[in-house]
Design a protein around this ligand. Structure first.
Ligand code: FES
Length: 163
């Protein structure tokens, strides 16, 4: 007897049966993110081996390094690219300088993103905009974003971001 026949013999409804199928070990019947043949690179790389990021990326003691030779974060070598790791947005501006700011909007705490098209920082929740130095350029936010110091190693391959 197949699994579906067995479950039907127990008198379970169709929706209940679907739930059982979805709980299968492969999750293929319901489709999972892993089905994407061309997944985008993780826009929010975490820390740990393989991420290219090591150190503290959350809280008040921000202090981490970004290994730009690591493919997970190497896009930061390109002007106009950015990543978010932990609580921090790191961007290489269209002018080629590195900036790091809190990713947490000062309005209501939603996530901000770097926009290369306007070389600014944008919160899509209510439309606040900030300069890459954190200053408010459009509300409703009224408080600047916290910024972090970014230093680049002499070989250009490592960023150090510190509070
Ligand atoms: S939370 Fe960012 S503008 Fe409201």
């Amino acid at each position: 007897m197949k699994r579906g026949e067995f479950l039907r013999s127990l008198g379970l409804s169709t929706s209940t049966l679907m739930a059982f199928y979805c709980l299968g070990t492969t999750m293929t019947a319901c489709g999972s993110k892993d089905d994407d043949p061309n997944p985008d690179p993780d826009p929010n790389p975490g820390t740990g081996s393989g991420s290219g990021i090591s150190g503290t990326t959350t809280g008040t003691a921000i202090n981490f390094t970004v290994d730009l030779t690591n493919s997970a974060v190497s896009k930061l070598k390109t002007n106009g690219e950015s990543i978010i790791t932990g609580d921090v947005l790191v961007a290489k501006t269209t002018a080629g300088s590195y900036v790091a700011l809190t990713r947490i909007c000062t309005h209501e705490g939603n996530e901000v993103r770097y926009r290369s098209t306007s070389n600014d920082v944008f919160c899509q929740t209510h439309g606040s905009t900030f300069t890459t130095a954190g200053a408010v350029t459009n509300g409703p936010a009224t408080t600047a974003l916290k910024t972090y110091n970014v230093t680049v190693s002499s070989d250009g391959n490592t960023l150090t971001v510190k509070a």
